[in-house]
Design a protein around this ligand. Structure first.
Ligand code: ATP
Length: 340
């Protein structure tokens, strides 16, 4: 029999429920027909307070040698670890899939299955602004060619795989130069994907139409802040801000992914940390995205469906109205993976 493949993953530990999420991911990894070797880096507040540079250097060394990382929630105090990692890894694109989950209460009846591809830098988020006297403040908004192109390329490649179209969205009739440049770059990339439909929509109109007919939005590419707003709105539509995962990517000069980091959307949940009751779904969905990214698409789908299947069957943690603790839910997920 050939040796089992070994997947090397940098694993960034954080605070609060981080160790419980990690335990769930490891347990699910052990059910897979490949060996996953996790290379732990401590990014907890304690480690960062003791020596922030050493902690981040270790994280950089691990992600550069393995190219992929899973990250658990970290406390933001002096600095935001997410911001530090984004800058040091040069992450330029965030991929946030948001899909309806059977078994999760929502006030929205439409079926959401949306991939939000967001430029991770620029927009209005680089500049906190400045005061001019007491009554006026200004800030600069930045749109850059390279990250916009990387986001567009990622969106079109994803859409080609999903056999759907791409919607780009911004306020190009008002921010004519900035969002105009973004749309121009997306249109350029679109020309290299003749089989993938592309349309641009004004961001305000898109919000309205996406609430009415979410089925018409599968892959949406957009500048930084709009992606932030749209992600939260889409999460509201599926009834949960904390159940999703996201991926951050950096790219080589040819536009191929260089580094990828996967993380659950939720926070550190200090109020329930250490009690063994947190919901590890988002961390497991992040791990599923990681598997798919590394070419193990079938395994990624299996983990993703196992998480969704368990929740749909009511085998869920207390935050979703179920009665399972973290270990019980993880076992339910593993049980759905094993039989295949
Ligand atoms: P942070 O400052 O890291 O964002 P927080 O507690 O302010 O932490 P969240 O972690 O998002 O913010 O938690 C908000 C609420 O949701 C808390 O009451 C927490 O217990 C609950 N919560 C968050 N994540 C989970 C989870 N994985 N499972 C169960 N409950 C959770």
């Amino acid at each position: 029999m050939p040796d089992r493949e070994t997947l090397h993953v940098a694993e960034f530990h954080g605070d609060g429920i981080s160790s419980e999420l990690s335990a769930a991911v490891h347990q699910v990894a052990r059910t897979l027909p490949l060996t996953v070797e996790f290379h732990a880096v401590d990014l907890s507040l304690e480690a960062r307070t003791a020596n922030a540079d050493a902690a981040y250097e270790a994280a950089m060394a691990a992600i550069h040698s393995h190219r992929i990382a899973i990250k658990y929630p970290t406390v933001t105090q002096a600095e935001s670890p997410n911001k530090v990692l984004r800058e040091r890894c040069a992450f330029s694109v965030i991929h946030r899939p948001v899909a309806s989950l059977a078994g999760v209460k929502t006030r929205h009846t439409g079926k959401v299955d949306m991939h939000i591809i967001r430029v991770a830098v620029g927009g209005t988020y680089e500049d906190a602004g400045r005061r001019i006297g007491d009554d006026v403040a200004v800030s600069i908004r930045v749109i850059e060619r390279r990250p916009s192109r990387e986001a567009a390329l990622f969106a079109f490649r994803l859409a080609r795989r999903l056999e759907c179209g791409v919607v780009s969205t911004s306020k190009y009739t008002i921010q004519r130069e900035t969002d105009g440049l973004f749309e121009e770059i997306v249109a350029e990339v679109a020309r290299d994907f003749p089989g993938v439909d592309h349309r641009s929509e004004l961001f305000d109109a898109l919000l309205y139409k996406a609430v009415l007919d979410p089925e018409n939005y599968r892959v949406v590419v957009t500048p930084n802040e709009y992606g932030d707003f749209l992600s939260d709105m889409a999460c509201g539509m599926v009834g949960s801000l904390g159940l999703g995962a996201s991926a951050s990517y950096s790219f080589d000069p040819k536009g191929e992914v260089e580094l990828a980091m996967f993380d659950p959307a939720g926070g550190t949940a200090p109020d329930i940390a250490g009690k063994g009751i947190c919901n590890p779904s988002a961390a497991l969905l992040a791990f599923a995205m990681l598997l798919a990214h590394t070419g193990h698409r079938g395994l990624g789908t299996m983990v993703d469906e196992a998480v969704r299947g368990a929740i749909a069957a009511g085998e869920s943690t207390r935050d979703l109205g179920g009665s399972l603790d973290t270990a019980g839910f993880t076992a339910a997920v593993c049980a759905r993976i094993r039989p295949r």
